[in-house]
Design a protein around this ligand. Structure first.
Ligand SMILES: [Zn+2]
Ligand SMILES: [Zn+2]
Ligand SMILES: [Zn+2]
Length: 775
């Protein structure tokens, strides 16, 4: 950086452009105070690219200011680029000011994420002498909604949904006072000028002195309330009231999938769950996600999360949640929707819930423009892993080590999230969900339109899954045709591994272990237990779980007993398999039906999926023959495992009979014969289910180690990427990492983007960017 050569006493003028997370985080007020402290004059303004400063003063003072700036900005502010150049003086300028924002074609925006209520606002909320005492939408320069209410950039009140609420004289005075902590707080409001709460019943507004206390009253008697949050509506009920929770399950048509709970503070959470230091700090973070904690015995009703040794817990992150949570031991706080559809965030969405699902709605008129669910975090090996990337994390971009033209990645069909790559940044949409739901597919389309709106650029490439039947893939082809963009199809498991490489900024080859439920393989089979050597440019498969016929396609996913029957028939023959099912599976199932499909004239699809294997083993261990959410039985099997590490079941690695188009000529397959023989012997001899679950996990870990060892012998590679939905399983992750590291491997996992299909879009972008760079 060149410095102007001037005498120390002479005033100079510099233009400084700052990029990164610099809007909506109290950046301008910080600059304002700091500039005054250093005796500088000039101005600061938001632009479509970040923040621009014009500084006038002695060179030493400007240096001092710039040195101090990075340390002075409040979290979660982040300076990614800073450039400075000489500029002309501002005529007649003898003070420092915050200038009006300038808009332009937006291509480098960083939209601030939503922030949990800060400690200062919380103090005011509960201080009877404060003028915002009990004001349920209290915010300041560093906390409150951001992304969810921003219509366009730069970030100023008139481009947020707070535009509808003109400031009263007192709020205006705070907004304009440089010494006030609400100086230029774009979301500032109070009970007089801002939105206020209203409790609605299906027949209209409920007349009450205080909507919070009225809500507490109805929750106490077991009713269900839709509560407006930051990114959408939650459905709340008393989590200690088993009948209320069961009723919520019935109305939401959600039989088994866990409900998250909201508790007032860490001390309360510790009564229900064990909380480590990392978990505690994640719970208290300004992103305030749901954290999956180990349950501590049956303190809360089992119906909150059946067959699951974890419970999703969050602490209040909005003033409304703070006002409600302190009256309860625990509240269910689950996304306001039916089954697994996207979270409802509009007035109309709330009206649809009010009556059929919720008895009441606690709402206000601050509109939500950009919806998002709660983020979900799991701590593995002492590190937080994002399982669902949404509120608090979106839309903060991930930094890429390579520069790319505009690329849209549409993600996969399950756990969909899409992403937009531009320059050195990758922006994720919030978690959308399973595109088989029409409402989720509509949200998927909206999120893609949102990227268009933010960035004002047409993608040059659209990256998608290889699966021809995916709605996301078909949509990608349509979009690319309309934009004149190129389509880049990325094999699902390659995308899983490429996402891991991109997250860690690695460009070379790595051993990739991708394990999940379903992904379309390049040989037409359903993959999900794959060993590959992969780079961002391509992959070659070195091994996989032995193929197993799938009797009846998607039906075997929802009814894993069918998959179990198919494995058992393959290993033991129909008669013995039928006997095993009769003895160990409570529900009556018709194995002959499966046998007929398998021996019928139409060749059943083949799968190497570890997810399917988990679900099937779950049935054998007494869990449901039919499941209602993805990985239900896998979670149940993991939850059975205790601290001990029993010996693994036997596995055989051998050369595969068939070599697919992307396979190494010596591709190996792993037979499950020994595993099923071992489980059946253990069941017949009365070995505890917990031990069987432990031995099963040990076998999968052993399989990972043996597979990696074999690939290292062939290639010399010693870096392993573990990726795919199965690596949400902590027993697998911790076991596999410990064993691999003991054998000299270096193990990489995904933490910033979810290891499950929620992170696939990053892999698609990484592969597409590499292929485009090579063109
Ligand atoms: Zn605050
Ligand atoms: Zn006001
Ligand atoms: Zn996957």
């Amino acid at each position: 950086m060149k410095r102007a050569k001037k005498s120390p006493s002479q005033k100079t003028w510099r233009r400084v452009r700052v990029g990164g997370i610099v809007q909506g985080v109290g950046f301008r007020p910080t600059v304002f105070r700091l500039a005054r402290r250093h005796g500088l004059v000039g101005e600061v303004r938001n632009t479509a690219h970040g923040v621009e400063l014009i500084l006038g003063g002695l060179d030493g003072a400007i240096r001092g200011f710039l040195d101090e700036l990075p340390r002075a900005i409040p979290a979660p502010g982040r300076i990614e680029q800073l450039t400075e150049e000489p500029t002309a003086p501002i005529p007649g300028c003898n003070d420092f000011s915050i200038a009006p924002s300038v808009s332009a074609k937006t291509i480098e925006v960083v939209i601030p994420p939503d922030q949990a209520t800060c400690a200062d606002c919380l103090r005011e909320l509960f201080d009877p002498s404060n003028r915002r005492f009990g004001y349920p939408l209290i915010t300041c320069t560093i906390c409150g909604p951001r992304y969810s209410i921003i219509e366009s950039l730069p970030y100023d009140r008139e481009r947020t949904t707070m535009r509808a609420f003109p400031l009263c004289a007192e709020c205006r005075a705070e907004y304009e006072d440089p010494e006030d902590r609400r100086f230029h707080a774009e979301t500032v409001a109070c009970a007089r000028c801002g939105p206020n709460l209203e409790l609605l019943s299906p027949s209209g507004p409920v007349a009450c002195a205080d909507p919070i206390f009225a809500t507490v009253d109805v929750l106490r008697v077991g009713q269900i309330v839709a509560v407006k949050g930051i990114g959408g509506y939650h459905l709340a009920c008393d989590a200690t009231n088993e009948a209320a929770v069961a009723e919520l399950r019935r109305r939401k048509r959600r039989q088994h999938k866990p409900f998250a709970i909201l508790v007032n503070n860490l001390e309360v959470a510790a009564q229900y769950c064990t909380i480590g230091d990392v978990e505690a700090s994640v719970l208290r973070s300004r992103e305030a996600p749901i954290v999956l904690l180990k349950r501590r015995g049956p303190v809360l009703p089992e119906v909150l999360a059946p067959d699951n040794n974890r419970l999703g817990v969050m602490l209040p992150y909005t003033p409304i949640q703070h006002l409600l949570a302190r009256h309860f031991d625990a509240l269910v706080m689950t996304s306001g929707n039916i089954t697994d559809e996207p979270i409802r965030h509009t007035e109309k969405g709330m009206r649809d819930l009010l009556g059929p699902v919720a008895d009441f709605a606690l709402t206000h008129l601050r509109e939500i423009i950009n919806p998002s669910d709660d983020s979900v975090v799991l701590v593995q090996r002492g590190e937080p892993v994002l399982i669902r990337r949404a509120r608090g994390h979106v839309p903060t971009p991930l930094l890429s080590d390579v520069k790319m033209p505009p690329i849209l990645a549409v993600g996969p069909d399950l756990k969909n999230a899409c992403a937009f790559g531009l320059g050195q940044r990758v922006y994720f949409s919030p978690h959308i969900g399973d595109l088989e739901y029409p409402a989720a597919f509509r949200r998927h389309v909206e999120e893609i339109e949102r990227f268009g709106k933010w960035f004002g650029e047409k993608p040059r490439a659209v990256a998608c899954d290889l699966h021809p039947g995916y709605l996301s893939t078909q949509n990608a082809h349509r979009l690319a045709a309309s934009w004149g963009a190129q389509v880049i199809e990325v094999q699902h498991h390659h995308a899983h591994i490429a996402a891991c490489l991109a997250e860690h900024g690695l460009s070379g080859e790595i051993i990739g272990v991708a394990m999940d439920g379903t992904g379309f393989g390049s040989d037409g089979a359903i993959w999900g237990g794959e060993f590959m050597v992969a780079s961002r440019a391509g992959f070659q498969r070195f091994g996989h779980l032995a193929y197993q016929s799938v009797p009846g396609g998607d039906r075997s996913i929802r009814e894993p007993w069918r998959m179990l029957a198919a494995y058992l028939i393959e290993v033991f023959g129909v008669e013995f398999a039928e006997m095993i099912l009769k003895r160990h599976v409570a529900a009556s199932v018709d194995i002959q039906q499966v046998a007929r499909v398998l021996s019928g004239p139409i060749r059943a699809p083949q799968t190497s999926s570890v997810g399917r294997l988990f679900d099937a083993v779950g049935v054998l261990l007494g869990f449901p023959t039919e499941i209602t959410y993805e990985a239900q039985n896998a979670v149940a099997v993991e939850s059975l495992c205790g601290g001990e590490q029993p010996p693994p079941y036997e596995l055989q690695l051998s050369k595969a009979a068939n070599v697919g188009p992307d396979d190494d000529p010596d591709v190996f397959e792993i037979s499950l014969r020994g595993l099923f023989e071992g489980i059946v012997v253990d069941l017949e001899t009365g070995v505890a289910r917990e031990t069987i679950a432990g031995r099963f996990h040990a076998a999968i870990i052993e399989m990972i180690v043996q597979g990696c060892r074999r690939i290292r012998e062939r290639t010399g590679l010693a870096h392993v990427a573990l990726s795919g939905g199965c690596f949400v399983n902590t027993i697998l992750v911790e076991g596999a990492c410990a064993r691999l590291e003991a054998e000299g491997f270096e193990v990489l996992r995904r933490r910033v983007v979810p290891p499950n299909d929620g992170g696939i879009a990053l892999g698609q972008i990484a592969v597409a960017a590499t292929q485009m760079a090579a063109q």
